[in-house]
Ligand binder design. Structure first.
Ligand code: 3PG
Length: 327
């Protein structure tokens, strides 16, 4: 029967599902430490790997002679060497829609915090000498502002739902939808990034990480003066040095960042000293509810893989039969 290696902390409900699976003959190793050197020595006996956001390199895949399926606890798989999996016909799965609401709520929290200059306000209460800052915060309303969602997928659409409730003007950019057709509803597309950058008072990034930053110095310069940038997707999507420069110059008024090029960020991270930037430690999907759903889904995907009932919508690369469970 298949042996599962879980590398990274799982919500107890996911661990309970693993224990249930042992009654059907599955076995598992569970280590909470996520670093590749700590899980790599165990991978030679794994038929399945459940993995958090840490790297899975070609070198580690080469140690995994039995590996058939990698199940991401999450939706981003930029740290996984996909070509190394493809060469060996190893299936890669993600958790699909289960983190969309949490990530969208976190996006709105960062947008509100950035717009309301929450850090400066907080600081002015904790430091009585700064109480006078309340007259200089330059906070802004969301209502009536133009909000561009880059990446109109599962998460982007949840962000739109929430932003519309704040009476924002919401538009989105998603080149992948061009061939599929734009979804009906109140959110119109922008035709290209340049149009979106020039239109938006605030921008959120809800796309996967690519090889090059999508938002660099030129794109930041093309944003409206005083605009706000939110990133709950992946650090490398924004050129961090360029964003820090744009924040220091005041061209970009504020930012909200949940993800970083290097995690955890070093003391040299350019945002640490900027109080117009609200920071969170890659937790947009780690609400109690979402962590439970991701843990269950990531373990269930492994079980479904071996049962031959894996939902095709959750598979990144298909090498064996799946079913279509999702709407
Ligand atoms: O990819 C994701 O969905 C998030 O980054 C969460 O991933 P993690 O739970 O593995 O940290």
């Amino acid at each position: 029967m298949p042996h599962i290696l879980v590398a990274g902390k799982l919500h107890p409900s996911g661990v309970a599902l693993l224990h249930d699976a042992t009654r059907r003959g599955f076995t598992f190793d569970y280590i909470e430490e996520v670093s590749e050197p700590s899980y790599a020595p165990l991978i030679h006996r794994a038929d399945a790997l459940v993995i958090r956001t840490q790297p899975l390199s070609a070198a580690t895949v080469a140690l995994a002679n039995r590996l058939r399926v990698v199940s991401r606890h999450g939706v981003g798989y930029d740290a996984v060497d996909l070509p190394a999996l493809n060469t060996r016909d190893i299936t890669l799965t993600i958790v699909g829609d289960v983190n969309s609401v949490s990530v969208a709520e976190h996006t709105m929290m960062l947008l509100l915090s950035a717009a309301k200059r929450v850090l400066r306000g907080d600081n002015s209460v904790r430091n009585p000498a700064h109480w006078g800052w309340r007259n200089q915060l330059e906070a802004s309303e969301l209502s009536g502002k133009n909000f561009l969602i880059i990446g109109y997928g599962r998460i982007g659409r949840q962000v739109a739902r929430l932003a519309l409730a704040f009476d924002m003007n919401v538009r989105a950019l998603d080149p992948y939808l061009a061939s599929k057709g734009w979804p009906e509803g109140p959110v119109a597309p922008v035709t290209n990034l340049a149009e979106g950058l020039a239109w938006a008072d605030a921008i959120t990034l809800n796309v996967p990480r690519a090889d090059q930053p999508l938002i660099g110095a030129a794109e930041l310069a093309a944003m409206r003066p005083g605009a706000i940038l939110i990133n709950t997707a992946r650090g490398g999507i924004v050129d961090e040095a360029a964003l820090a420069d744009a924040l220091r110059s005041g061209h970009i008024a504020a930012a909200g960042l949940d993800v970083f090029d290097v995690e955890p960020p070093t003391a040299a991270n350019p945002f640490i000293g900027l109080d117009q930037v609200v920071l969170s430690p890659h937790i947009a999907g780690l609400t109690a509810e979402c962590a439970e759903r991701m843990a269950i889904m990531s373990v269930q995907n492994v079980i479904d893989y071996f049962d031959g009932t894996l939902d095709s919508a959750l598979v990144i690369n298909t090498f064996r039969p799946t079913t279509e469970k999702s709407a």
